[in-house]
Ligand binder design. Sequence first.
Ligand code: FBP
Length: 559
Amino acid sequence: MEGYKQSPLEVDRLSYQPKLPKALQKTVSIKKGAATTAVANQTEIRNLFPITYGAPLVEFVSGEEKSYSAVNVGVILSGGQAPGGHNVISGLFDGLKKLNPASRLFGFLGGPSGLIDHKYKELTADIIDNYRNTGGFDIIGSGRTKLEEEEQFDRVAEICKKLNIKAIVIVGGDDSNTNACVLAEYFAKKNTGVQIIGCPKTIDGDLKNDMIEISFGFDTASKVYSELIGNIQRDANSSKKYWHFIRLMGRSASHITLECALQTHPNVCIISEEVANKKQHLSDVVDMIVKSVVERSNKDYNFGTVLVPEGLLEFIPDMKALIAELNDIVADNLEFKEMNSDTEKYAYILRHLSPDNASIFESLPVFIAKQLTADRDAHGNVQVSLIETEKMLMEMVKKCLMLLKESGAFKGKFNAMSHFFGYEGRCAFPSNFDADYCYSLGYTSALLIAEGKTGYMSLVKNTYSPVDEWIAGGVPLTSMMNIERRNGKDVPVIRKALVDLEGAPFKCLEQLRPIWAGANDTYAFPGPIQFYGPTEVCDKRVRTLFLEDEARRANASKK
Ligand code: FBP
């Protein structure tokens, strides 16, 4: 395009050949593993998914040359962007072509809505080659339309018939893969002959379980944020005059915040799951930060860093109750939507809230109260990425410190700045790990399709080890399901993985946090992601993966 020039790094990354697990490098055969059940509510899940329930785990191992017929396959990218999506598509494309060069790949545009509205483009080699190892989902776009109604499924079946599509790969998080599971069962029941394969995507890191070690994008995104936090810490330690309140994306789960803390060693790190577990109030969280500011100021350290997970407010019991009541008041409320002024809206909310929630609402800074009443997402929930929790905490800490100053209990200075890191990391160039992992996931999806599997998630395990030693296969989607109450109904969903307070990464944070709180020489500076150079730098895994792998091995050796 006129005036558009790819950066030198972009040009160079296009020719990076992602690594594949050893077993996938030549011809493969499929090895059947143990039959599966569901993580919980086995009877209900079996009754809801009679065809796809109980299928075995599968693994691909080196095997004899085999011929596969040509297939047409569709792919969608669903939900928030995550680094590596383009590599899932290129791995899928290369895998399909390797198995049979006459196979074709169709990308559906803008996420699930592309499948429903029949908007697609064929992904040919010249298109794919321009996106290899690049960040973003722009090759076909993404979207958050929910694919869950039978009418929508029938529309999908229509386009599959028209394009002679034999399988669809759904690249998404827990919700999208839940929908993939329902769609797989529906297609099997209707004998459409269309297979459904899922791929574990989300920077949030909350799509993981005994089988899925990490969702793609988490590695890159947490490294990007950690670089920025490290840079800020060096600045804070140089000028020694600012406290930095940094909110990190991750929706409900605090995996990203935890990982960034392990990489950078901030002075304060809040973990939502811990706050909920200890049933802390907003004032407890504020007090914890105030305590740290005061203690550090006594040592003349009038600077520091505070990491705040994006979903914090929903984990504070009293805030959760307030948000739930606000959801009921605001969702689909035309009268409220049509009000012209913020003052009118504020007064309306106060009139309709229960007395306890009204008093919490009134105690919040006005800008937060306004953000909490903004438009809901497609699921009727508050959009956490739009709530400036870091600013709110900053304001509340400031207020407390002013009172302490008046009473003589705080003699230091408090100048603070706020940051939100989210969108900066979701479309970054995938790290070597994500480039290889995503390519392998895509390639494995092609193999699952060739082997006639449906209702499976593409699986690549042993990811802490070098790529050669990775194990590729598939895990039935039904095995990750349980029943949860959503919007007043019991529904089958893939269980979301929140931070495990008994898990190795959190235990490590818990142990180190007190040391980081008072010091100024413990900050760590991870620097930018490196693509070229020594493997210990370029292929370094995130701390979460390391600690979980170590714990897994220790457990296995005990058995
Ligand atoms: P997914 O769960 O779809 O992967 O999205 C992750 C995420 O980046 C969250 O961390 C964040 O809260 C949300 O998407 C933001 O949504 P949007 O892209 O609609 O602003």
